[in-house]
Design a protein around this ligand. Structure first.
Ligand code: UDP
Length: 356
């Protein structure tokens, strides 16, 4: 039986891990040990996903959080290595681009355990982003690179991945598997739209460090959200990091600010909203999965096919550009192609490839 050890630590990774865990649970030729680094730790950012999405409780929780990049990554590296030496898996599997991702990959590679990277090949070409550094380095030491899009495959080819002995696989995006599966029963599990008495509304999120750690960018974004909210209500499930900085800076949001929500609530908000305004990677795609246009509050995106398809515009952190983007996208009729991200078969493709 093939044994994989999966390292997760942050909200989007719990959602992605739910897809593979559900497939693996029903098979006898592969088993999975889950390790939670503890990067996201509170109820709303972690526990709720395990309960709602029926993800097995991780066998290990390293409880490493609230530290700077160096201390966090270093402690994770040490903790994950200890677990790997004990568990001796055939593969270490990591998702995305967080400190947990690079720590897991590095710990395994150094002791000759094969590394599988889901969401490989994505690039923002902005080396100031911690995520960009994490994903480039993780890709370079991975044995199996599961690319969600053909753009990701092209990025890897350009970087010479045809010639370094790693296997590159076009898997499609596990986020679409998750969105499709959980959307089939989210309505029974969420009452957020009724509870918040929402009718026509825009869904927004702000959490990316390049926005929250830059006072000018954050001030511009808050101003944009307030201006948009004067015309159409904006619902903003706010990440704890953003809440903290906004309070510290004395900024005021006039829209409907709520704590982070669980995945079923998020899917219902996505299904019922008129538009998404976000700096999240995952949410840009989820908007598309639920046939919604998106205004992205970043200067670049890894999901360039959304921009090419005309369903996403990049507005940076410029108040006027964000407001204009919303005006442009609110009633725009875009075409949403369900096959752009693989159509919901990424999980099966990944498991089958690991077993090969
Ligand atoms: N999400 C959620 N509740 C929230 C905010 C986000 O369930 O309050 C989900 C969202 O639907 C997406 C994932 O979390 O699936 C994205 O996480 P995040 O924006 O933190 O990270 P990114 O995708 O930018 O890495």
């Amino acid at each position: 039986m093939l044994k994989i050890l999966t390292v997760i630590g942050a909200r989007p990774q719990f959602i992605k891990a739910a897809v593979l865990s559900r497939i693996i649970k029903n098979r006898s030729d592969i088993s999975e040990v889950l390790l939670h680094t503890g990067q996201h730790y509170d109820e709303k950012m972690s526990d709720i996903f395990f309960t709602e999405m029926d993800i097995p409780t991780p066998k290990y929780n390293l409880n490493i959080n609230g530290l700077g990049h160096g201390a966090m990554t270093g402690q994770m590296l040490q903790g994950i290595e200890e677990v790997l030496l004990k568990e001796k898996p055939d593969y270490l599997l990591v998702y995305g681009d967080t400190n947990s991702t690079i720590a897991g990959a590095l710990a395994a590679k150094k002791i000759h355990i094969k590394v599988a990277h889901v969401e490989a090949g994505l690039r923002s070409f902005n080396m100031r982003m911690p995520e960009e550094i994490n994903r480039i380095l993780t890709d370079r030491i991975s044995d199996k690179l599961f690319a969600p899009t053909s753009t990701a495959i092209e990025n890897l080819k350009r970087e010479g991945y045809d010639n370094i002995g790693a296997e590159v696989i076009l898997s499609g995006d596990v986020m679409q598997d998750a969105a499709l599966y959980y959307a089939s029963f989210s309505e029974e599990r969420s009452s957020i739209v009724a509870d918040q008495k929402l009718n026509k509304f825009i869904l927004a999120t702000i959490h990316r460090q390049e926005n929250t750690d830059d006072p000018i960018r954050l001030k511009n974004i808050v101003e944009a959200i307030n201006q948009i909210n004067e015309k159409i209500p904006v619902v903003l499930p706010l990440h704890p990091r953003t809440t903290g900085v906004i309070q510290k800076m004395g900024l005021k949001l006039n829209c409907i600010v709520i704590p982070p929500v669980g995945y079923f609530d998020m899917i219902e908000l996505l299904k019922k909203c008129s538009l998404v305004v976000t700096d999240s990677g995952g949410l840009q795609k989820e908007a598309y999965f639920f046939d919604k246009n998106c205004v992205t509050m970043r200067d670049e995106t890894e999901w360039v096919e959304l921009v090419k398809a005309g369903a996403n515009v990049l507005a940076g952190a410029d108040t006027q550009k964000i407001v204009a983007g919303v005006e442009q996208m609110l009633n725009k009729k875009s075409t949403f192609d369900a096959s752009l991200y693989g159509g919901g078969k990424a999980g099966e493709t990944i498991v089958n490839s690991l077993l090969k």
